[in-house]
Design a protein around this ligand. Structure first.
Ligand SMILES: C[S@@+](CC[C@H](N)C(=O)[O-])C[C@H]1O[C@@H](n2cnc3c(N)ncnc32)[C@H](O)[C@@H]1O
Length: 501
């Protein structure tokens, strides 16, 4: 990701402190870090619990703090659907940028990146490298364009009192819409409403250093103090599950990079300030890392434009949080091929029932090489005889996730089909990465290869376990392909987070 150079970091920090931001200049500095863009470095040894900087809530940029929604009026804002999804916040960012120096955030906005390494901006040839991963269908470029055309453009045309003829202006172009949307995707936090009694012109009591205060577990897109665990599993980048008014740009907090399991600082939410504080001791010269929630590389690439490669427990490097998604329709095809009598249309009634009972239409496999219980249960549902199905329906209980050879044989077929969805084999990708030193690979292609290779390895691990079990290898214990139960909080037994969809 390139960073706009129209404002220097020192200008940004000066702007921040001039607006009541508190910044410990003796503790950290921002610097360009090879391959990561800007990042924060410790200037001296820091203890756990040290406050690095504090952002006054009025300096966060959201539909609550921008004046645009109230200027337009609630009725018109809602009539154009700007209270749903991110289009309202994107328009606020465009509006604030268009106000130039009269906007409170002009210096901040001028410091933000204008180019991104996310697939949203890739050529179609590069996107093709992602075939087989779940990224392609989630890039969201078309949806963003629809929102722009159907929500934003009509408002620009209807409210010339505020926008004049400016909809033809670069500040309100489709390209600007994508840039602002990508800034939100890679840098925003979840910040819930707070008491509006705060006076932005009076200096506030400095924030307390209370390590027990609530903290952001998932920043950017972090959650505010009174969010429940249930909320944490909601996707915040599809704009549908969360209140978009809670999505906010948080100056300076969004300058911190993240890497799997490296987090040493977090944002703590206090009444009038958001406080960035260390969560571990940090040595002088070390990078200060925030957390993005340690998502799989597919999500990292889609939202942030990079991938994590750290040492894996099983050897080599990669992202231990990687997962592969298997669609229910693929499972249905395999069951249909194995047990012709169960093919649709009869299975469609069972699918509807499965979804009504809370079953998902995506099954998630990770590095554990264990079958997800939901997948086993789903295969059993599709394979049952009509009398068994009638009984299951009557009892309103999902089938027990019991693994037997019939289930394994379907799963083996599912895995074979799933692996065939990628454009290349594991060996092709390993060869490509293996010769990278002699033949450098363009960044987008390399990132795509890292994502798909890891996914194929995960599928390959499970495939080997299933084949061994089917072949009756006595050295393989039955548990090697036992079903893995995901806990209700969306994590599995090892605490890995379930796929966000
Ligand atoms: C919240 S911003 C962090 C500040 C950013 N580096 C900048 O220059 O403004 C998130 C972006 O930083 C970059 N980034 C963060 N962590 C990274 C990492 N571990 N490896 C590579 N890039 C990273 C990605 O471009 C990501 O979209």
């Amino acid at each position: 990701m390139d960073v706009s150079v129209s404002v220097s970091v020192s200008e940004l920090v000066t702007w921040f402190t001039a607006h009541n931001g508190i910044f410990d200049r003796s503790a950290l500095t921002f610097a360009q870090i090879d391959g990561l863009g800007w990042g924060a470095l410790a200037l001296r040894d820091l203890q756990q619990g040290h406050t690095l900087f504090s952002i006054p809530r009025h300096l966060t940029l959201s539909t609550r703090t921008s004046s645009l929604p109230s200027l337009i009026g609630e009725a018109d804002w809602k009539r154009h659907g700007l209270h749903i999804g991110w289009s309202g916040l994107i328009l606020c960012l465009m509006w604030e940028a268009a106000q130039g120096s009269s906007s409170r955030w002009s210096t901040y906005l001028a410091s933000l990146p204008i180019t991104f390494n996310t697939p949203m901006f890739w050529s179609s040839e590069d996107v093709e490298q992602l075939r087989g991963t779940a990224i392609i269908e989630r890039i969201g470029r078309e949806q963003a364009e629809n929102d722009y055309l159907n929500k934003v453009v009509p408002l620009l045309k209807n409210r010339t009192d505020y926008f004049g003829d400016e909809h033809a202006n670069l500040h309100y172009s489709l390209e600007a819409y994508h840039i602002m949307g990508s800034r939100i995707l890679s840098r925003s936090f979840q910040v819930e409403a707070w008491s509006a009694t705060y006076n932005v012109d009076t200096s506030q009591t400095p924030p307390h250093e209370d390590p027990e205060m609530s903290l952001d577990k998932h920043s950017p897109q972090a959650l505010d103090d009174n969010s429940s665990d249930e909320d944490e599993d909601k996707d915040s980048d599809d704009g549908e599950n969360d209140d978009p008014a809670n999505v906010a740009m948080v100056p300076l907090a969004d300058m911190l990079n993240a890497r799997y399991d490296c987090e040493n600082a977090k944002l703590f939410y206090e009444e009038h300030f958001l406080r960035m504080a260390t969560t571990r001791s940090i040595r002088r010269g070390e990078q200060i890392w925030n957390t993005y929630g340690d998502p799989p590389n597919s999500d990292l690439l889609r939202r942030y434009g990079h991938v994590d490669q750290v040492p894996l427990p099983c050897g080599g490097s990669g992202n231990p949080a990687d997962i592969v998604e298997i669609r229910a329709d693929l499972v249905m095809s395999s069951v249909g091929a194995k047990c012709l009598q169960q093919a649709s249309p009869r299975s469609s009634e069972r699918i509807d029932w499965w979804l009504e009972e809370g079953g998902d239409d995506i099954f998630v496999v990770d590095f554990s090489a264990e079958l997800p219980e939901e997948l086993t249960s789903f295969v059993r549902l599709l394979m049952m005889s009509d009398p068994e199905w009638a009984k299951t329906k009557r009892k309103s209980k999902l089938p027990k996730p019991k693994v037997d050879d019939a289930v394994l044989s379907v799963v083996a077929d599912v895995l074979r089909r799933r692996l065939a969805e990628y454009p290349t084999t594991i060996e092709d990708d390993e060869a490509l990465l293996g010769t990278e030193k002699e033949k450098p690979i363009p960044l987008n292609v390399k990132n795509a290869v890292v994502v798909r290779l890891s996914e194929k390895r995960i599928l390959g691990n499970l495939q080997r376990a299933v084949t061994t079990r089917l072949g009756g290898d006595p050295s393989e214990s039955k548990s090697s392909v036992s079903s893995r139960k995901r806990k209700a909080d969306g994590t599995d037994a090892d605490g890995h987070r379930a796929a966000k969809r």
